[in-house]
Design a protein around this ligand. Structure first.
Ligand code: BMA
Length: 380
């Protein structure tokens, strides 16, 4: 009997170790190390991430070495998010970040030990509208569809651009790619109601297979990131997470976008209930990631305008620390202007609290990172 348990434990251990390798079996050494490090980081605390951090902030744009986060707490974020929408054949993305500059900033991030994650607000290729144009399009993009070649053209451009993310001649910079996010909501053309679940899964799988197998891109980890606002927080929440899940062989990161439980005004839930659901949603992705040997992450969150001065410690940090939650990072959205921003900037009322947040030993910023691309060396 004892032997059977021993064997059982050993099998689980082997399974877990195997599972900690990227879904891309040909992933570069640095990409493999990054995934192992993400597992490690999630046990130690979590990294702070910010969308478009190096590109612009409140009242500035494309100025060397600037960052609202750095100018507030003295260090850059450990994770920096970017977006490849609306189309890769343009010079700049949907928020006017030039792709050429983005490449430079990603190289800068790599050198300073920060991590890059990329989402993709691709236009609706069927209509020429943007991501929020709900006209059904996914079936057009899939093999046999009228826009399939055009879609492949966009993927070719994405692949070529990703391939240029190098240091030196050969070394590609690992990237956490997060395509087709918030698909369980109905606001994007790839969202629920605008395509079937099967079509969504096929879209996700096609994207991964094409980049990996046809374009030979091997420096990506793939993140899946449904939106919390469309879950029912009851016993069904877990199965709801898997709506559109392309399978363990297609996903490295069990992500979650959650803006609704972190103090948004106008929602129907009280602050207490939001806190409860926030905790439960993060416990849920922690559990799912553990069961599958994956890494969990709060792939998008934030309170627009940071209208609660204590948001970073009270709403974000405390619930994460006080519960059984293991996430590798949290990423807040972009700092566009004085009303649409999710990180503080100098003179903002939440600065003192953000400094406390940064100083906490469980939160990691660029200053806490050593080399996340080298196994066992992620943190200082
Ligand atoms: C939304 C807003 C938009 C932006 C889009 C993509 O949440 O910030 O202004 O264009 O994300 O970044």
């Amino acid at each position: 009997m004892k032997h059977i348990f021993g064997l059982f434990a050993l099998t689980i251990l082997i399974q877990q170790t195997l599972a900690q390798t990227p879904i891309d079996l040909d992933a570069t050494r640095e990409t493999k190390s990054l995934l192992l490090n993400l597992h490690h980081i999630a046990k130690e605390g979590f990294m702070f991430g910010h969308q478009d951090d190096l590109a612009y902030g409140v009242k500035w744009k494309a100025e060397k070495k600037r960052s609202d986060v750095k100018e507030t707490v003295g260090t850059y974020p450990a994770v920096i998010g970017w977006d490849l929408g609306s189309r890769m054949d343009l010079d700049a993305n949907l928020d006017d970040v030039r792709f050429q500059n983005m490449k430079r900033w990603i190289k800068q991030s790599y050198r300073m030990g920060s991590i890059t994650t990329i989402s993709w607000h691709l236009d609706n290729l069927s209509t020429g509208g943007n991501s929020w144009d709900k006209t059904p399009s996914v079936s057009d993009l899939l093999p046999g569809g009228s826009k399939h070649e055009e879609f492949k053209q966009q993927l070719n451009l994405v692949a070529a651009w990703l391939d240029q993310l190098r240091v030196g001649w050969f070394k590609r910079i690992p990237v956490i790619f997060r395509p087709w996010h918030e698909h369980n909501g109905d606001w994007f053309w790839w969202g629920k109601g605008n395509c079937s679940e099967e079509e969504y899964i096929e879209l996700y799988r096609f994207t991964v297979d094409y980049l990996k197998n046809e374009k030979d891109i091997h420096h990506l980890l793939y993140a899946f990131s449904p939106d919390r606002s469309r879950w029912k927080m009851d016993s069904l929440a877990k199965s709801t997470y898997f709506y559109g899940y392309p399978g363990d062989e297609y996903v490295d990161i069990i992500g979650l976008d959650n803006y609704g439980d972190v103090g948004r005004i106008g929602g129907s839930d009280s602050p207490e209930l939001q806190r409860k659901y926030f905790i439960e949603s993060l416990e849920l992705i922690t559990e799912i990631a553990r069961e599958r040997g994956k890494v969990a992450a709060l792939s998008e969150t934030g309170l627009e305008g940071v209208t609660n001065e204590k948001w970073f410690t009270d709403v974000l940090l405390d619930p994460i620390l006080a519960n059984d939650i293991a996430i590798a990072w949290v990423l807040v959205w972009r700092n566009a202007n004085t009303t649409h921003h999710y990180a503080p900037y100098p003179s903002h009322p939440s600065v003192a609290d953000f400094i406390k947040f940064e100083e906490h030993e469980k939160t990691f910023f660029e200053r806490d990172m050593n080399n996340p691309y080298k196994s066992g060396k992620a943190l200082k």
